[in-house]
Each structure stands twice: as C-alpha cells, then as structure tokens.
Design a protein around this ligand. Structure first.
Ligand SMILES: Nc1nc2c(c(=O)[nH]1)N[C@H]1C(S)=C(S)[C@@H](COP(=O)(O)OP(=O)(O)OC[C@H]3O[C@@H](n4cnc5c(=O)[nH]c(N)nc54)[C@H](O)[C@@H]3O)O[C@H]1N2
Ligand SMILES: Nc1nc2c(c(=O)[nH]1)N[C@H]1C(S)=C(S)[C@@H](COP(=O)(O)OP(=O)(O)OC[C@H]3O[C@@H](n4cnc5c(=O)[nH]c(N)nc54)[C@H](O)[C@@H]3O)O[C@H]1N2
Ligand code: SF4
Ligand SMILES: [Mo]
Length: 736
C-alpha cells in the first residue's frame, strides 16, 4: 500500500516541506510538498538523502558503551546506568562546572533537542557550555544584542518585496540561506531581478550566488570591516543618511559619524580590495533605492572582525532607512518560542556579555556560552575548575572546530564522556557511552529555531512519518533521563513525573497562580508536544488559552498538514526593542572601542596567500558524507586556486599540493579556478573522515581533508569569541 506523509526537511535552515511516499512502510519517492505554505514544493538534492539516512546501516540504533576500549551494544537501561555510575560521582566531587556540554548544529534542527536541552543545562548548572555557535553566528548575536537588546533579534531580508540586495559573505544559492530561512532563494532572486531589482555580491570567490547576481566584487578575506566602514563613511560624507521612520528611535548617530571619519572609501580601498568608486556607488544605490537590504552571513562572522562586520551591516541598513521596512531587513515574528518577542515591548534589560570568563584563556562568556575553541584547553590544562566530563549533543567538533587534533587528544583525557549522536564518528568515538538519536523520520517536528529567521511568518508541524524502531526513546526523553541522573533522581526515575515537575516550575515563574490551570488545559499532552502546544497557544498568534479564540493551538496547526501562513513580516520597531534606552543603539561603546584594533590593522599589507572555506550543495558540515546519494559524483574536497597563484607556485590542476600554516599541514587536490580572488584559496570544511575508530563506511571511502586541521584554535574575534576560520595565511607547494 502506498501512502504519503509530510515532513519538514531537517537538513538545512531552508526548512522545506517534503512529501514522502511510503510503500508498505518503506520510503519511496521524496519530493517537495507543492501545497506547503512556506516552501511551495521546493527541495534541493539533499532532501533525497533522508531516505539514505533513515536506511543507513551505520546509523546507530542501539546505545554503545565502551568497555576496555571497545564499543559494545547495550540496552538503554544499561547505558543510563553506566552514565549514572560514572557521571554522578564527578559532579558530586567537583561540582557541575566539571561537566562541559557541547552542542552541534543539528540541535537547532530538532525540536526535541531544542526544547529539552535547557532543562539538562539548568540541572547541571555548568558554566562550561560550548556550541557550534562560536564557529558560526555568535558575532551576529552579539551585535544585534547590543543594538536591539535581544540575542536573537536578527533582521532578515524581505526578499519578496526588495529591489536591491547587497549580499556579503554568504552563498544562499548553495547554503539555501542562513540566519535567513528562505527556501528557493534562486526563484526569489530571479523574481527580484525580473521586477527590475538588482543583486550585488561581495565575496572572495565568484560564487554560485555571484553567478546569478548583477555584479560581484572580490573582497580580501577578513577585510569586510574596512569595506563597511568605507560605506558608512560615504553615507555621511555624501549626505545620504536617511533614518526615515526610525528617526527618534536611534541613539548614537553622531558618535558613529565621528568613529568612521578616518575611513573614506579611498582610504580603505587597498585594504579591502574594493575600489572607492564601487563603494561610493553602492552607498548611493542603497540610499537611493526604496526597497533595499544588506545581508551578510558566515563569511562576515568567522573572521577576526566578525562582530564589527556584523554590526556595520545593520548600521548601513539603519542609515539608509532600510531596517524594519518592507523590502529591507525586517524582523520575523515567530508563532512559538519567539525570542525576539519575549518580555515587555519597547525596552528591556538589553544583553550583557563577559559575565564570566573561561578559565584558561579568559575568553568572555557570550549568550551563556564560551568559545568552542576553548574546550580543548579547558580539558587538557590541569588545575582547579578543569573540565573532567563532557556531554556532546549532535556535534562533531573534532572536525568542525579548528585544531581537532588537540581536541581529540583532550577528549581522551576526560574521565567520562557521553555523546548523543546518530553516528560513531570523529567525535563520538571518544565517548564512553553513545546514546543514539532517532531518524528524523521517526520524530515529530516543529521549527523552533528557523521560524525565528523566516522571510515570511508561518507555522508548520510534522508528525512522525514512521514509528520508532525497537522502542528507542525520543531525544527529549533521553535528555530528561540525563536530567534525572544529573539531579540525583536516579537512572530509573519516573521521567514523566519529572517532566510535569519541571514544567510546573517554569509555569509558576511565568504565569504564577495560573500554572495549574494552564497545565490542565495542556493535558493530556506530555513531553515535547505539550511544550509546543504551550509555545503556540501563548505565542504571538496563539489562542492565549481561550482569551484569543480562533488563535493558534497545536491542534489547529496539526489540522493544516502543509502549514498555516501568517503573512509577510511587518514593521516591529519600537515594539521589538529591548535595549535599556528603548532605542536602537547604533554606536555601542564596546564596538567603538574595538575599532581601534581595526585602525591598527588598516595599513597591513596583503599576505601572499590566505585560505577560506566553502559549502557545497550535496554536503552539510561534516555529517552527510555517509549518504550514498549525496556522496557520489566527482571528488569535491578540492582546493580552488586562482590561475595566477597556481602558475606562481607551480601548482597543476588535478595535482596534489601541500598546504602549511606554521607546523600544521594538510595535503589537498588542486583545482585551478578563475572563481578565486588572486591570493585566496578555498577548501570546504567538514571533511577528513580517515580517523581511526569511526564507523562511517561510505564517508571513509573518500575521506577528503580537514580544513580545520590547518587552523589555529587560539585565533578568535575577541568580542564574540568566534573562531577565525577565514583569511588564514598559508603556504602552498606542489607535491610530487
Ligand atoms: N573551517 C570551517 N569550519 C567550520 C565552518 C566553516 O565554514 N569553516 N562552519 C561552522 C559551522 S557554521 C557550523 S554550524 C559547525 C557545525 O559543527 P558541528 O555541529 O559540530 O558539526 P556537524 O558536522 O554539523 O555535526 C553534527 C553532528 O550531529 C550528528 N547528528 C546529526 N543528526 C542528528 C540527530 O538527529 N540527533 C543527534 N543526536 N545527532 C545528530 C552528526 O552525526 C554529527 O556528529 O561547523 C563549523 N565549522
Ligand atoms: N549545502 C549546504 N548548505 C548549508 C551548509 C552546508 O554545509 N552545506 N551549512 C549550513 C550552515 S551550518 C550554515 S552556518 C550556513 C552558512 O550559510 P552561508 O553563509 O551562505 O554559507 P557559505 O556558502 O559558507 O558562504 C559564505 C561565503 O563567505 C565567503 N567568505 C569567506 N571569507 C570571507 C570574508 O572574509 N569576507 C566575505 N565577504 N566573504 C567571505 C565564502 O567564499 C562563501 O562564499 O549554511 C547552511 N547550509
Ligand atoms: S534546501 Fe535545505 S531544507 Fe530544503 S530540501 Fe534542501 S536540505 Fe532540505
Ligand atoms: Mo552553521
């Protein structure tokens, strides 16, 4: 018998609605759900990989416990008992701070993990929290936090109404958008151009996005801050600043004018590689186009001036009147869990960073976490406060973070490590216990994270497509079980009762005496679905538990299998602001102070050769290389080198080369390419599946090389703690 199920794709931020054909319980064709209110039938080749992932024999289905150095299959009860036996004494002896947690990217793609990790974190009470955010978007979180008062108050391009987009350090044609949930960017970009609009890309590589744009400008890696300072300077210099509706809602315009005085486009051109005439023309176009947006993404974050660049992008949007305006950069309003809607509208406490520092390097806490690049040293440096145990959840930092060698060695020094993962891979191989997550086709889903960055507001829910195999717990249950262990309730605790208890505690904080009646109205739902119902009903479009009849409930969202459209983004300033002043802070002191670092670097000569990363359509960070449908085809882990550099260095297309950064070295396959800016080499990250002790057969056949093995874990943007992954000076030479 053939049936059709619907599931939001969990693979990337675009969150496309998929239609999955089932034949007698087996997965058949996967296609885009044409009726999906948000993605309208779009899908990319990765979606097909869901079938391979579900059927992958290497995907873990049973817990593994390491005994005498060898992983053996265990029951869930045995695995939990082992965790209790070994983790609890460490906490009792050294306190919660001795246990670190590290979260990876798929956490944000799984409702279960997003909604239940906070409970484990609270029970642990550790300051040693790490995640992929600090090799990704934390600079943007810090800059928007300072400007608007909320860590997740990130504006996104309103592409469907835009007439001009400047895209900096992002490649949505391949990534399908990031901190910007925008399925089918290609069609939306095409439509923008068809209505007479233009797209300009600034990137050290002529990317797939540059190929469909009207213009592309090379930029020297890591020099975005100079280009953007030049742009802001030109706006003031040419009297192009128009705050429009935001007039009266902005602090710091004069300080900003002062701060950028020394950065005329002519003064920064050599440093950033973009001609002053181009910068000035862009300033005029942005100021003179009614619906325009400047969007920057990971290329502007993973660099030494990540926070400054992230900030200046929003500064340009504010100064040209494009923030919070149709067709510009707008703030989504998610139906549930909307961090940018929490609290009293209009003003708030703002954000604070640096409330504590990492023990070894003294790196500042940002948004409740420490840089993931500090994790290894916190484990391998002895002394009071040393990390002794680790809980890793859906992360593979041995490949995804710089200098995985050091981290791998550190992980082996831990007294105890638990991984919640679906593979025995480069990171989980170090664990003492691995608790497998379920296949995405076996759990319910609601986009807790990406509805907060969506170009159009919507609510969609996917029930499980298939029943869970062999009585495996859902991941929220696993997290609750770990929470029970950490709280000393025992591995065999009644987690249903714990779930009730924790929810009641939370409700008492938020709704006080109404806690009981809210619990009653959410019954008989339990677990993650109860949390979701609570989020939706209490959210911006919710039924407010009867006070707003007709509003959203989980029942209502469930009844619309292809989702409910909640319309385009609408202006939200001043309501969105949570700064103490109730204004947009255009010139936060912390950022003005950091400009001194950039100023000292303005005259720096270009290093001979630097390396940057790239993403590829059939891959996602480190973990999709075991899916045959995605792994097949030409070898992709190539180093792109400009022909002039290749000629200068004697590198041949298709030849092997050595890449060196000090003592670190890797060997790569050279692909000579006109796409590159001269002096810049590009290599994808997430490869290097040739480490011993893993169980990913397909990935190991063509392991590729690990870009991060070349990078230095001590290079960080000092404000956000984000790793510097881009623009690292290298040397390159042919290998015989
Ligand atoms: N040089 C360089 N390095 C980079 C980047 C770069 O651009 N250049 N990009 C950075 C960015 S943006 C990111 S987000 C990070 C990603 O960093 P990570 O999140 O550490 O890396 P991933 O490869 O995404 O690893 C995801 C892990 O989750 C597991 N997993 C997948 N699905 C599930 C599930 O449903 N449940 C559970 N429990 N586990 C699951 C996978 O097996 C894998 O171990 O990498 C960063 N590293
Ligand atoms: N297919 C696929 N999709 C993905 C992922 C994946 O691995 N594969 N990963 C997902 C994740 S975790 C994330 S965070 C997003 C990221 O989404 P994007 O930011 O769109 O990702 P990238 O393709 O890495 O684009 C970054 C661009 O920055 C450029 N760049 C590098 N250094 C600099 C610099 O110093 N300045 C400027 N201006 N540009 C620079 C690079 O050449 C690259 O084109 O993608 C997500 N989507
Ligand atoms: S674009 Fe992203 S969400 Fe959409 S089908 Fe591809 S991987 Fe899935
Ligand atoms: Mo990411």
């Amino acid at each position: 018998m053939s049936t059709t199920a619907r599931r939001i794709c969990p693979f990337c931020e675009a969150s496309c609605g998929l239609e999955i054909e089932l034949q007698d319980g087996r997965i058949g064709r996967i296609k885009g759900d044409e009726a999906d209110v948000f993605s309208a039938g779009f899908l990319c080749p990765k979606a097909i990989g869901l079938k391979d992932l579900h059927e992958d024999r290497d995907r873990l289905r049973t817990p593994l416990v390491k005994r005498d150095g060898v992983f053996t299959e265990a029951t869930w009860d045995e695995a939990y008992a082992e965790i209790e036996r070994r983790l609890l004494p460490i906490i009792e002896r050294d306190g919660g701070n001795a246990v670190a947690t590290v979260l990876g990217n798929p956490v944000s793609h799984k409702m279960s993990l997003m909604l239940y990790f906070p409970r484990l974190a609270k029970a642990l009470g550790t300051r040693n929290m790490y995640s992929a955010s600090s090799v990704d978007q934390i600079p943007k979180m810090l800059s928007v936090g300072l400007m608007y008062g909320g860590w997740l108050s990130v504006p996104v391009p309103d592409i469907e109404r835009s007439r001009f987009m400047l895209i900096i350090g992002a490649n949505p044609m391949v990534s399908n958008g990031s901190l910007w949930t925008v399925p089918d960017f290609r069609s939306k970009a095409k439509a923008l151009r068809a209505r007479g609009g233009k797209i300009v890309v600034v990137d050290p590589r002529r990317t797939e996005t540059a190929d469909i744009a009207d213009a592309h400008h090379f930029i020297r890696p890591g020099a975005d801050v100079f280009f953007l300072l030049g742009l802001v300077n030109a706006l003031f210099d040419e009297r192009l600043v128009r705050l429009g509706r935001l007039e009266g809602h902005v602090n710091g315009v004069d300080q900003l004018r002062e701060a950028v005085r020394g950065y005329a486009p002519e003064a920064v051109a050599a440093r950033c590689g973009i001609a002053a005439s181009v910068t000035r023309e862009l300033a005029r176009t942005l100021a003179g186009t009614e619906h325009a947006a400047v969007y920057g993404r990971i290329g502007t974050c993973t660099q030494q001036y990540g926070t400054l660049a992230s900030w200046l992008i929003d500064v340009v949007n504010v100064l040209t009147g494009h923030l919070d305006e149709e067709g510009g950069m707008m703030f989504p309003k998610a139906a549930a869990f909307a961090a940018n809607t929490r609290g009293k509208p209009g003003a708030g406490r703002g954000i604070a960073s640096g409330r504590y520092k990492s023990r070894v390097s003294g790196a500042a806490e940002v948004a409740g976490e420490l840089p993931v690049t500090c994790l290894a040293e916190e484990i391998d440096t002895p002394g009071p406060g040393q990390v002794k145990a680790l809980i890793a959840i859906a992360g593979n930092p041995v490949l995804s973070a710089p200098n995985g060698d050091r981290l791998a060695a550190a992980l082996d020094q831990l007294e105890f490590m638990v991984s919640m993962d679906i593979y025995l891979n480069e990171t989980s191989r170090h664990a003492d216990v691995i608790l497998p997550g379920v296949s995405p086709l076996e759990d319910a889903h609601y986009d807790v994270t990406f509805t907060q960055f969506s170009h159009r507001n919507h609510a969609r829910y996917s029930p499980p497509v298939l029943a869970r195999e062999g009585g495996a717990p859902d991941e929220w249950e696993t997290l609750l079980r770990l929470t029970a262990i950490v709280k000393g309730r025992g591995a065999g605790a009644d987690i249903g009762a714990l779930d009730d208890e924790l929810l009641r505690e939370e409700l008492e904080k938020t709704v006080g005496p109404l806690a009981d009646s809210v619990m009653g109205m959410l019954a008989p739902r339990r677990g993650v679905e109860r949390m979701l119902d609570l989020g939706l009903r209490g959210g911006a479009y919710g039924d407010q538990f009867g006070r707003a009849p007709g509003g959203l409930t989980l029942d209502k969202v469930r009844a619309a299998p292809s989702g409910i459209d909640l319309g385009p983004m609408t202006p939200r300033i001043p309501e969105l602001l949570r700064t103490p002043s109730g204004k947009i802070e255009l010139a936060p002191q912390m950022l003005l102070d950091d400009l001194a670092r950039a100023a000292a670097d303005l005259a720096a000569p270009a290093p001979g050769l630097v390396i940057i990363g790239r993403r590829q359509l059939r891959s996602n960070n480190s973990w999709m290389h075991n899916l045959p449908v995605l792994a097949k085809g030409a070898y992709r882990c190539t180093a792109l080198v400009h022909p002039a550099d290749a000629a200068r260095l004697g590198l041949a297309d298709g030849g092997q080369a050595e890449v060196r950064n000090g003592a670190k070295r890797i060997e790569v396959l050279v692909e000579v390419s006109e796409q590159m800016m001269p002096g810049v080499v590009s290599l994808p990250h997430g490869w290097g599946h040739n480490l011993p002790g893993t169980r990913m057969g397909v990935a190991a056949e063509r392991p590729g090389v690990n870009l991060n093995a070349l990078l230095d874990e001590n290079l960080r943007d000092p404000l956000s703690g984000n790793a510097v992954l881009s623009g690292i000076p290298i040397e390159m030479a042919p290998l015989a």
